[in-house]
Structure formats: structure tokens, C-alpha cells
Design a protein. Structure first.
Length: 593
């Protein structure tokens, strides 16, 4: 969480930092701040609220070629002006922006910084003051390394030193940081998106790396202070890849991109009818007696759907693991476990914690991510990408679809089952999603019916229940309606008590075996006042059903039914006037545990 950008060079630093921060707002948007060099001074502007507001309160009258900026997702301390970054050290020599969490900051305050004053509730001020503390008898980079050596937790740090306004200092551990280079200067940022337009090449910093950055060069160091060689790679991302186009919201654009994402994955992962995935990965999975899927949020729910594929197609049992849970409570493992980590960002802290524990135990790990070069990519034994393109809306849509598609292709490859024509079935899914788009007006009508609800339920059984979990997450995160995804048969064991006059209960009925029983469960709620809504497939549909999707292979229906639910959530959010792409309290990339 939190996005940081720094620039040193010959161009207008303010422009580069503000444009970068706007692109990084998906990482958090509680407050924003910048520190800019104005001749021989550092000027700080910061406040609660978005980058647009920061722009309004920042002085644009002076030229500046060096600065750092921050957009915050509050962890330590309320989102207010005082807690906003950048933070000064006590003597105002050092200015710091920080992404991450310092776990031992309270202890460090007492043990090392008893004589220092603290103005904010943040852990970051401790870093600024530790650097000041050590700098009395060592160089700035050594003071930063020394500080890093006693910090427990995660940090991507940018540091400015009043005594040397030609140098930007950088430190990195456990949260992402990239250094981009161009003819006019160096830009540092939490995500490559912020480098687009300002760098031709970039490097991804590894953990416990430090850099001294001048406008035309980078000196990379390890924690012991030794210089390290490095290579820059070409920055291929362009502004077009991250543009909103004619859309009002990224979320709708990303929903609409889904058929294209599926077709792209078919091209990437099939050669003719054969699965095109490294045979070693497939062999390792074949040897497993249990697959452990580790993920958070939407990625976890994509993993849940894949349980169906691996168990039915490959006959390998699957255990779903909430990353934050197994991080400190690893399940009893089978003899030959195989771990699959699913993460859109590739940076989710809880997943990284589990991945590191797996590595220590020499367990096989495969990562499925949307971010080439992410931390999870680097840590896992093997990686498969979902090639969904940048997903910018906080509520994940196309990544979920792409994760399920990749998982289905892996399962097909592992099973080596020639009977399932997955490639053809996936092509039909892409067409069926386009059919859903033709029904957007009907979906808007459903949204109107539920917009004023306090609570809502999605119900289904089996594979439909798995979709219900993701559908409920979508609705709650952007509409703020309390929604639960329930196994339809389980509802009557407690939660049916919450049904009131008009409570929306949306049943997903795409499976022949469970269709009628799910409908009965829906009727049980309607008898108690619920507003029943049905999403079904053509072959199972009844005349009164609200949304009917085209038939596709039964195991792939989640890829179509979820699109209806994504659109319901989207339209409800729009009707409520919510900030669809940046819902309250959330961040897209959760880099703290
Ligand atoms: C956050 C995002 C979710 C995402 C989850 C896991 O909560 O808002 O959309 O599903 O993190 O993120 P990951 O990048 O690991 O898939």
C-alpha cells in the first residue's frame, strides 16, 4: 500500500511526481504529499485527501528538478495532514517518504530515540530520526544502511538530505521499488506505471538494496555497503496500456476487456489444440498428492473455482488457503504437496510471507500473477502470467477471469485429457460474455432494484456457490451494501434470520444438478419477504428469470455468470454515486500484512 515517486534530473520534477502519484493512487488514497527542492530549500506540501487536492495546495511558481512524493493508505495513524508523508527528521535535515510497515518502531523510539520529538503517529518518523541519529558520525548512505539493519518490517524509502540537494537516496525491503532511467534524469516509483513517459529503461530493486541516485547515474549497494552491478531492462509499458479511453471508469473498461483477455490467453497457452505450458511444471503438479492454493480476496475466489477443475479433471485434491491465515497457521501438509500462489499484483504481503515459508521448507511453488517482475514472480520456483494487462480499478474483474482461465488450462495440461476441448470451450465463453454485454440494460434494471438495500445475498451450490463468493465481494466493495455469498442450502441454518421485506437474494443457477434445489432455497427466502433474483443459463432458464446467460461448458459457467455480477455491482455503485474505481478504505495492492 502507499505509492511513492521520486525524480532527480533536468525536467520539471513536480510534473513527473504528480503524474506518477495519480497513477499510483490505486495503492492508497487517504492522503498525499510532496517534498520539492526550491533552490537550496526543501518545501513540503501535504494533506488528507487525493492527489488532485494536493495539486491545489502546492506552490507551482518555482522551478524544481528534484523531489519526492507519496500517496498513502493509512496504517499507523489516522489519515490526516500530520500523518501524511513526507516526514522531516527533528533537525529538518532529512525528508522521508515510506511505503511499508515498521513492526518494531515503538521499541526503536524508546531504545534509540528517547531524546527525539515525534509529531505524527507514523512509524515513518522513526526512520527519518534514526537516519538523523546515525548521520552524526557517518555518511548519509551509511546512516540509511545502519537504520535499515535495525528495522523489522517492510520499507520502500526515498530520502532527501538538506546537506546534499543533488542526491536521492533509496532503500528497499519487502515492498516494491523500481528505478527508471532516461536521458533527462532518474525516476523512482512503486510501480512501472509511474515511470511511463519518463523512463526508457528500469530495474526492479531486490530486497535489502540501497541506491545513491544522481541525476545521471545510479550507484547500487547491498546492506554491507558493497557496490553491486546491475542491468536495466527496456520499459515496454506505454500510456496507451493504462489509458481509460472513452470510459467513465476503469472498472467498466476492464469488464469489457474480458473476452479479449480470454482470446489472448488462448493464443498464449495453446499451440493448436495442445496446452503450451512448460512440461516440467505440469509434471511437478502430476506428482502432487494435494494442491494448496494460497491467495487473498478475488484471487482466492478464482482459486476456489479451480478446485473444481483440479479435483474433477486431474483427481488431485485441492485445499484453499487464505494467505493471512496460513502465514501463521500452516495446515498439516500431505506427503507431496504442491503450492500455487495466485496474485494479480504479485505483491500481496500475506502471500509473500507464506511463499517465503514454503521456500524455507523446500516445497514446490508456482506463482500465477499479472505482474512481470513482481516480488512473488521472483520468489516462486515457477511462474505463469495471466496477461490481463494493467488492472487499475481497485475492484478486480479481468484478473479473476484470467486467473480462472489459466488455472483451467493448467488443469487440462496436468490431466492430459484429450476429451475436453478446452480451447474451443473457452472461445465460446468469450462469445457468451459478449452476449452478456448485449444485456447491459437488463442488468441495469436489476441494479435499480437492489440499489437501496441494506443487506444482500448471493446464493448457489457447487461451482455457482464459488461464484457467489466473488459476486458478493464485488457488490460489497464498491456499493457498500453488506453482501454475503452463501451456499444456498446453508442459508437456513442461521443467516435466513437476516432476510427482511425486500432483502435482495440473487440465485445463480447454471448447474443442472443443483438448479432446482437452489431455486427451492430461493423460494424459502422469498416466502419470508426477500426480493428473489435469478441468473440462469439458457438451457435451465425459466420465464421469470431476470438474467439468462448463454450455455457454455458447465465447468466454465463461472466465467460468464460472474460478468453479470460484476456489472450489477458496477451499476449499483454508479447509481449510488460512489467512487467506483477507488472505493473507500480499500487499496489495490496490499503490501502490508
Ligand atoms: C486487494 C484488492 C483485491 C485483490 C486482493 C488480492 O484486497 O483490492 O482486488 O483481490 O488485494 O490481491 P492480489 O494482487 O494478491 O491478487
Amino acid at each position: 500500500m502507499c505509492g511513492i515517486v521520486g525524480y532527480i534530473g533536468t525536467k520539471d520534477a513536480r510534473e513527473i511526481i504528480f503524474n506518477g502519484l495519480k497513477k499510483l493512487e490505486y495503492r492508497g488514497y487517504d492522503s498525499a504529499g510532496v517534498a520539492l527542492v526550491n533552490k537550496n530549500k526543501i518545501e513540503i506540501y501535504k494533506d488528507k485527501g487525493r492527489v488532485n487536492h494536493l495539486e491545489e495546495i502546492t506552490d507551482f511558481s518555482f522551478n524544481t528538478n528534484f523531489g519526492i512524493g507519496h500517496t498513502r493508505w493509512a496504517t499507523h495513524g489516522k489519515p490526516n495532514m500530520i500523518n501524511s508523508h513526507p516526514h522531516f527528521s527533528n533537525n529538518k535535515r532529512f525528508v522521508v517518504v515510506h511505503n511499508g510497515v515498521i513492526e518494531n518502531y515503538k521499541k526503536l523510539k524508546i531504545e534509540k530515540l528517547a531524546d527525539y520529538d515525534f509529531y505524527s503517529e507514523t512509524d515513518t518518523e522513526v526512520i527519518a530520526n534514526l537516519i538523523e541519529h546515525y548521520s552524526s558520525d557517518m555518511s548519509t548512505i551509511d546512516a540509511i544502511r545502519k537504520t535499515a539493519s535495525i528495522l523489522e518490517g517492510s520499507y520502500a524509502l526515498l530520502v532527501m538530505d538538506m546537506m546534499d540537494l543533488d542526491t536521492l537516496y533509496v532503500a528497499k525491503n519487502k515492498t516494491p521499488l523500481l528505478i527508471g532511467k532516461s536521458e533527462h534524469g532518474i525516476t523512482v516509483a512503486s510501480d512501472s506505471m509511474a515511470l511511463v513517459g519518463y523512463a526508457d529503461s528500469y530495474m526492479y530493486l531486490n530486497d535489502l538494496r540501497f541506491a545513491i541516485i544522481k541525476k545521471d547515474r545510479v550507484i547500487l549497494k547491498d546492506i554491507l555497503g558493497f557496490d553491486l552491478d546491475f542491468e536495466m531492462q527496456d520499459l515496454k509499458l506505454t500510456n496507451l496500456d493504462i489509458a481509460k479511453g472513452n470510459y467513465e471508469h476503469y472498472m467498466l473498461k476492464e469488464i469489457d476487456e474480458q473476452p479479449g483477455v480470454i482470446r489472448n490467453l488462448i493464443d498464449k497457452y495453446f499451440v493448436d489444440e495442445e496446452v503450451n505450458i512448460d512440461s516440467e511444471i505440469l509434471s511437478k503438479i502430476r506428482l502432487a498428492d494435494r494442491i494448496y492454493i494460497v491467495a487473498c480476496g478475488t484471487s482466492l475466489y478464482a482459486g476456489t473455482v479451480s478446485k473444481y477443475f483440479f479435483e474433477r479433471l486431474c483427481k488431485i485434491p485441492v485445499e484453499l488457503c487464505i494467505a493471512s491465515e496460513v502465514a501463521y497457521n500452516m495446515p498439516l501438509l500431505s506427503k507431496n504437496p504442491y503450492f500455487i500462489f495466485i496474485s494479480q499484483s504479485g505483491e500481496t504481503a500475506d502471500c509473500i510471507t507464506v511463499l517465503k515459508k514454503c521456500k524455507k521448507r523446500n516445497l514446490h511453488t508456482l506463482a500465477i500473477t499479472n505482474s512481470l517482475n513482481s516480488s512473488i514472480d521472483h520468489l516462486a520456483d515457477d511462474v505463469l502470467h495471466i496477461f490481463a494487462g494493467k488492472e487499475i480499478a481497485v475492484a478486480s474483474t479481468k484478473a479473476y477471469i484470467a486467473q480462472i482461465v489459466v488455472l483451467s488450462i493448467i488443469a487440462k495440461g496436468v490431466a492430459n485429457n484429450r476429451k475436453t476441448n478446452l480451447k474451443n470451450n473457452l472461445s465460446k465463453v468469450a462469445l457468451a460474455i459478449e452476449d452478456v454485454f448485449n444485456n447491459k440494460n437488463l442488468i441495469k434494471e436489476v441494479a435499480k432494484k437492489i440499489v437501496n438495500a441494506k443487506d444482500a445475498f448471493y446464493i448457489g451450490r457447487g461451482i455457482d456457490y464459488y461464484v457467489c463468493q466473488e459476486a458478493a465481494l464485488k457488490l460489497k466493495e464498491i456499493s457498500y451494501i453488506h453482501t454475503e455469498g452463501y451456499a444456498s442450502g446453508e442459508l437456513k441454518h442461521g443467516s435466513i434470520a437476516l432476510i427482511e421485506e425486500g432483502t435482495p437474494v440473487i440465485a445463480i443457477c447454471t448447474n443442472e444438478e443443483t438448479n432446482m434445489i437452489t431455486r427451492s432455497n430461493l423460494i424459502e427466502t422469498v416466502s419470508r419477504g426477500a426480493l428473489g433474483i435469478v441468473i440462469s443459463t439458457e438451457s435451465l432458464s425459466q420465464t421469470s428469470d431476470d438474467i439468462v446467460i448463454s450455455d457454455v461448458a458447465s465447468y466454465l459457467t463461472p466465467l460468464v455468470s460472474i460478468v453479470v455480477c460484476q456489472l450489477i455491482a458496477y451499476y449499483v455503485s454508479v447509481l449510488k454515486g460512489n467512487d467506483v474505481d477507488k472505493p473507500k478504505n480499500l487499496a489495490k495492492s496490499v503490501t502490508v500484512e
